[in-house]
Design a protein around this ligand. Structure first.
Ligand code: NI
Length: 165
């Protein structure tokens, strides 16, 4: 789950078959997200390099807000909004990140049905953040190179990681 793992900087594999392992992975991710607590999680954060995200702005309070999406992709984006972001894999760091104000996201649910979401504001931000994870990107990658270097150095130090870039 934590910064520094190669899986977090790797492009995750599409899911071609919704089998029991995928259902179990989704269940684990929802539990992990709620427990954290967080409003979004991507499979690479639990060490699984597959294209699956979970989102729940209600953090478990309202089942209707839970989204489990396989192979999500952003079809359209519009506008821009800047707000503070954090990540369960980048503990203790919160920075302003510019994201699209509105996105249209398409994926498949656990029953194999195609789903499209027209998201804005926080939901759009979470979709972008989690889909970034599937492409091996962290929110730190949206910051200026100088700031990113500084934060990465701090993270490595805090986590006792040595070397690296
Ligand atoms: Ni994250």
């Amino acid at each position: 789950m934590i910064y520094g793992r190669p899986v977090l900087s790797t492009r995750a594999e599409p899911i071609t078959n919704i089998d029991a392992a995928v259902a179990e992975l989704a269940q684990d991710m929802v539990a992990t997200m709620h427990e954290a607590p967080g409003i979004g999680l991507a499979a690479p954060q639990v060490d699984v390099s597959r294209r699956l995200i979970t989102v729940d702005l209600s953090v478990g309070r309202d089942n209707r807000e839970l989204i489990v999406l396989l192979n999500p992709e952003i079809l359209e984006k519009e506008g821009e909004s800047s707000a503070e972001e954090g990540c369960l894999s980048v503990p203790g760091i919160f920075e302003k990140v510019a994201r699209p104000l509105r996105v249209s996201v398409r994926g498949v649910d656990l029953e194999g049905r195609e789903k499209t979401y027209e998201a804005q504001d926080l939901l759009a931000r979470v979709f972008c953040h989690e889909i970034d994870h599937l492409d091996g990107k962290l929110f730190l990658d949206h910051l200026s190179p100088l700031k990113r270097q500084l934060l990465k150095r701090r993270l490595r130090k805090e986590m006792g990681l040595s070397g690296g870039r």
